[in-house]
Design a binder for this molecule. Structure first.
Ligand code: AMP
Length: 125
């Protein structure tokens, strides 16, 4: 399977390389997490793999089992450390055009810190 083309100049690649600062909440060998620069909920954290994966599809198809396990474990640990397990939280990954993915480096959003409403509000067509 051809892998998606990764843009090494995307903003999250620059954050991983330390060329752009971030408000870091977690880091290990495989994963980095930081507060979203434009939070949409009281707590809004982005979790990214350090590997070069364009999207959730690319990550699911190409990442190693070790990277995938590390990522899923990290998302859980970060939400736990942020105190979100009891009140609840939402995780979300945008893939591609219809989901309005803006940054072409796979990331999961963690939303929390208040009532998030039910699921998503579809646009009116
Ligand atoms: P998405 O639409 O899923 O690709 O979301 C990209 C997210 O990255 C948005 O919520 C942005 O606010 C966020 N973002 C963009 N640049 C930065 C940055 N330099 N630091 C932190 N978050 C960022």
């Amino acid at each position: 399977m051809a892998s998606a083309t990764y843009d090494d100049d995307n903003i999250f690649a620059k954050i991983i390389r330390g060329e752009i600062p971030c408000n870091k909440v977690f880091e290990n060998e495989h994963v980095l997490a930081f507060h979203d620069i434009s939070p949409q909920t009281p707590t809004h954290v982005l979790v990214i793999p350090k590997g070069r994966y364009v999207s959730s599809d690319d990550f699911a198809a190409q990442a190693s089992d070790t990277e995938i396990a590390a990522f899923v474990r990290a998302v859980g640990a970060i939400a736990r450390d942020l105190g979100l397990v009891d009140p609840g939280y939402r995780i979300l990954a945008n893939h591609g055009r219809d989901a309005h993915q803006e940054v072409p480096h796979f990331h999961v959003h963690i939303f929390g810190g208040g009532d998030l409403g039910r699921m998503i509000k579809p646009p009116q067509h």
